[in-house]
Design a protein around this ligand. Sequence first.
Ligand SMILES: NC(=O)c1ccc[n+]([C@@H]2O[C@H](COP(=O)([O-])OP(=O)(O)OC[C@H]3O[C@@H](n4cnc5c(N)ncnc54)[C@H](O)[C@@H]3O)[C@@H](O)[C@H]2O)c1
Ligand SMILES: O=C(O)C[C@H](O)C(=O)O
Length: 327
Amino acid sequence: MKTPVRVAVTGAAGQIGYSLLFRIASGEMLGKDQPVILQMLELPLEKAQAALRGVMMELEDCAFPLLAGMVGTDDPEVAFKDADVALLVGAMPRGPGMERKDLLLKNAEIFTVQGRALNKVASRGVKVLVVGNPANTNAYIAMKSAPDLPAKNFTAMLRLDHNRALSQLAGKAGVAVGEVEKLVVWGNHSPTMYPDYRFATASGASIKDTINDADWNANVFIPTVAKRGAAIIEARGLSSAASAANAAICHVRDWLLGTNGKWVTMGIPSDGSYGIPEGVIFGFPVTAQNGEYSLVRDLPIDAFSQKAIDKTLGELEEERAGVAHLL
Ligand SMILES: NC(=O)c1ccc[n+]([C@@H]2O[C@H](COP(=O)([O-])OP(=O)(O)OC[C@H]3O[C@@H](n4cnc5c(N)ncnc54)[C@H](O)[C@@H]3O)[C@@H](O)[C@H]2O)c1
Ligand SMILES: O=C(O)C[C@H](O)C(=O)O
């Protein structure tokens, strides 16, 4: 029997939490032979704590063989104690008519507090995924609030955008979604993100050449992916939850268990590549192996792409300036 991995999940009684915890406990994130201990954080409000107790009862009732323990708490230092993986989901979601950056000041403080708590009590190699919006800047805040932990281990979720782009591309090209490789979504998890299909292939053939439609790329593909979160809020009255939880599972699974050479998109602190200033949490193409991700380097950036990358970077720089006083 392997040693259990401690997985902290914040916002555990929320919508995404409810779609996420059961899949982690069933082994979908860390493997079917990997026991887990779930360390769940909710707000110190009776309603939130009662909902968390209910979720924990349901987890118990699933009798998951891999669930080696559970902690439910309102204290970040309890939730993050010795955590190997931390999924920072708990934050306010946007409603109709809002942009994700409208949440910035409402949610920012959560990530200073949680970054400090991770810094104090988490495993020194803790791998952090920020889901709560605006995810890139919240990940930046958490990273800056945790100076004793490796900065590279603070990541933001762009995998939902990546998966959305995969489905749109596969549909347009008439190929199976599982065949599509070498896709990336550059930048911020916001409408300025740049889903880039220039390198994408299906069974080795260029998807861009198959589709051969620059107008579709600029006027349908990119805006559909970039505005998909808003379309879901419009349709459901609530923001995406099951697909967001699925993306979080994909992100952590691929990071820890590897991608076998396939590209995925992760929001990671820039090392200065592609002209993105060091430390900015930016969606980049990566591969992963042995629990570490590596940037896909030296891709050619044409004028259209440079413009799109500059736009999303400009927005991230603005967000960063907006939270500078908190750091
Ligand atoms: N990055 C992405 O792709 C992506 C996708 C979907 C949603 N999101 C974001 O994820 C976040 C959560 O969405 P949701 O639909 O689960 O929202 P939700 O409101 O259903 O759940 C959020 C939960 O977090 C809890 N919470 C709030 N502040 C907390 C704190 N400081 N500590 C611990 N728990 C706290 C709340 O009590 C609530 O139960 C939102 O910010 C949403 O915008 C991001
Ligand atoms: O769009 C939102 O506010 C929720 C989430 O970020 C999404 O992309 O679905």
